[in-house]
Design a protein around this ligand. Structure first.
Ligand code: MEV
Length: 311
């Protein structure tokens, strides 16, 4: 049996994410472009006096995640509470469960004076994500671990590449009023694609072409081109059945307010829309807020969270 680790109080943070292009097709073997955002989750591990029990968790799935994190880090039986804080909207397709997994792993590792590599953390977080989402590609846990703007392929093996942008990219995230449903939208699209591969596979290939073109647009700082590709990606996500009238309405509202492009981000079925402002995000934010939408701005690719990485 693994001996109980001696824990000290420790806190750690991890970033949320937006998928610029390529959600869903990334589950089917195609690339996606994902970016960490400067909103995230902080986890604090507060050890109890004695070892030997299960970690405290009000929520059963959170309890499973904490138990799995403890096992993956090889900590043995230990007793502690976790305090979860943060400014990342939950259930909006912004990677809150991956950020929770990464922050939890980092905090637990720090608490037990362990120093797993980022690659180990990302792999462990992917395991924990399976508890929440069934068959995740790993794009969320990778983005949350490394931050920055990443080209991601699920493999196996997982491959990611940091994309160094010529200039930071301002974006606006508009929240719908409906939580997203990752395992439901991923599962039902998988079923539809399995029933009619001749219909869905060409659409997935078309999205992959948009992702490749978006990479070139990002490197060229061609924001109008990138925006057009994002809006096309939304159209194909809608064609795949993972958008909703509410998300379509948010996309239309962003475009009518002058966005260069807009699309749902994440799994869809609810969640958030990502819009590319034509210049600083203030005017787009103001117009969307005046229309009653809850939104915030973020800057992608501003400061890489960890050194350049290619795997
Ligand atoms: C969720 O953020 C992105 C999806 O492609 C699912 C996944 O890749 O695990 C919808």
């Amino acid at each position: 049996m693994v001996p109980a680790a001696k824990l000290q109080r420790a806190s750690a943070t991890a970033a949320g994410k937006v998928i610029l292009l390529g959600e869903h097709v990334v589950v089917h073997g195609h690339p996606a472009i994902v970016a960490g955002i400067d909103r995230g989750v902080r986890v604090t591990v507060v050890p109890h006096g004695s070892a030997g029990g299960a970690p405290d968790a009000a929520d059963a799935r959170l309890g499973q995640a904490i138990g799995l994190a403890t096992r993956l880090l090889g900590l043995g039986p230990c007793q502690f509470e976790v305090v979860i804080e943060g400014d990342l909207p939950v259930g909006m397709g912004l990677g809150s469960s991956a950020a929770l997994a990464v922050a939890l792993l980092r905090a637990l590792a720090a608490s037990a004076a362990r120093a797993p590599s980022d690659d180990e953390l990302a792999a462990h977080a992917h395991e924990i994500e399976r508890l929440f989402h069934g068959t995740p590609s790993g794009v969320d846990s990778t983005a949350s671990t490394y931050g920055g703007v990443l080209w991601f392929e699920a493999g196996p093996p997982v491959r990611y590449e940091r994309l160094l942008l010529p200039a930071p990219l301002p974006i606006v995230v508009a929240l719908s009023k409906t939580p997203h449903a990752t395992s439901q939208t991923v599962g039902s699209l998988r079923e539809r694609a399995a029933r009619a591969p001749e219909v869905y596979q060409p659409v997935f290939v078309a999205v992959a072409a948009l992702v490749t073109a978006a990479r070139a647009a990002l490197f060229a700082d061609d924001r109008a081109g990138l925006g057009a590709l994002m809006t096309m990606n939304h159209g194909l996500l809608r064609a795949c059945g993972v958008s909703t009238p509410e998300l379509d309405g948010l996309v239309e509202a962003a475009l009518a307010a002058g966005a260069l492009g807009a699309k749902l981000t994440g799994a869809g079925g609810g969640g958030a829309v990502l819009a590319l402002p034509d210049g600083p995000p203030g005017p787009l934010l103001a117009t969307l807020r005046a229309a009653g939408h809850d939104c915030f701005a973020a800057t992608l690719g501003a400061a890489p969270a960890s050194p350049a990485a290619v795997r």
